[in-house]
Design a protein around this ligand. Sequence first.
Ligand code: NIG
Ligand code: FE
Length: 443
Amino acid sequence: MATVAAPEPVDRLFLHCRELVTLADGPAAGARRGKALLELGIVPDGAVAVRDGRIVAVGATADLRRRFRAGEELDLSGFVVLPGFVDCHTHPVFTATREHEFHQRCSGADYMAIAAAGGGILSSMRAVRQATAGELAQAVRRHLDGFLVQGTTTIEAKSGYGLSTEAEVKSLRVLRDVSREHALTVSPTFLGAHEFPPEYRDDREGYVRLVVGEMLSRVKELCDSCDVFAEPKVFDRVQTVRILSAARSEGLRLRLHADEIEPMGGAELAVEMGADSADHLQRISEAGQERLAQSQTVAVFLPGTSFLLGKNVHPPARAMLERGCAVALATDFNPGTCFSQSMPAVITLACVNLKMGIAECIHAATLNAAASLHLDRDLGSLHPGKRADFVVLDLPSHEALGYAFAGNPVALTVKDGVPVVANIAEFEPDLAPATEPEDAPGA
Ligand code: NIG
Ligand code: FE
């Protein structure tokens, strides 16, 4: 006589997702390219079973209901569920904002000219140097909260507004301490080579020596990766190679701001150095596109930055996708050129300006971004065994992502199986918000 197996106990069941976008039809790990970017693994009326913060199973609601018994159930009828966004390029360790520069640019001023006049990165540097660790931590915590609110569950986060050994160490320590207590997964990157600080203006070699010597030896325990702002007028090719080589021999992985403002073979250099990512790429050469396509280096597009800078210059994303490059999308969240933590906004800009398809965008904003951070075995898609990180969207279909713009489509952010942010009242009783409202009216 056939016996019916008793339902397996799990912590939580998320049921009746209108569309559950799993990305689980393909391999769990590895950045996807070409045609593989079109397979989203969508389950209609989908469900997720979660135990100990990990995905136990995904599938049809009727099926999971039979197989599992949960202490808690959440009905997601009418919502679209996606893997949590992975934002693989951010600069959240700053205090003051720079909105005046945005308006100066809108009236015609140039980004590099504002920087040369003492604004830009150096104005953020002065504020970070002056801030106590406690003040900096408060700002960083607020910035990290902002990612969760927009459905991002993992970020890469760069230092780079300290530009002295002391202030870079302070930045990375604050990042470590804040992220330990925060739901967001954070992969820290050392970006001491973001700009030359004023005390080294006339001794650029001296600053490069400081970065490859004292700074790297002090920060290496505090970060996963090292990045350089490679630009002909900032860190040139020779300086970039020295810094990346030194970082690599200290055991760090590499990322690169490449070919953003002026072309310099940045993409080729990123591949040569074995970097995990080459980012920006508005000025990438044909050779650079081909080298990237043949490599494991992920091309990271940051269309929010071009948008906020008012620049109508975009990387040749279509050509790169067609050549077979692995691509990711990220915000570049920073006080100068992109003051937004919204991956949905980045996806709108990627559709409109980079001509990317929605399935390509979804991969680029999740699994491929995770692959660029070596986190793809653990997150970035809804394969069983991965961390239960996902975002619940108040949208009629996954294709409405991109199309719906300038609102926040995120209803709920779930991190390690736990709802951590609810943006709509329907879910509020189910969870504790990540941040207490500061001045609730009438409270
Ligand atoms: O990635 N390009 C260099 N760094 C940032 C901008 C930093 C700033 O202006 O504060 C970027 O766009
Ligand atoms: Fe950047």
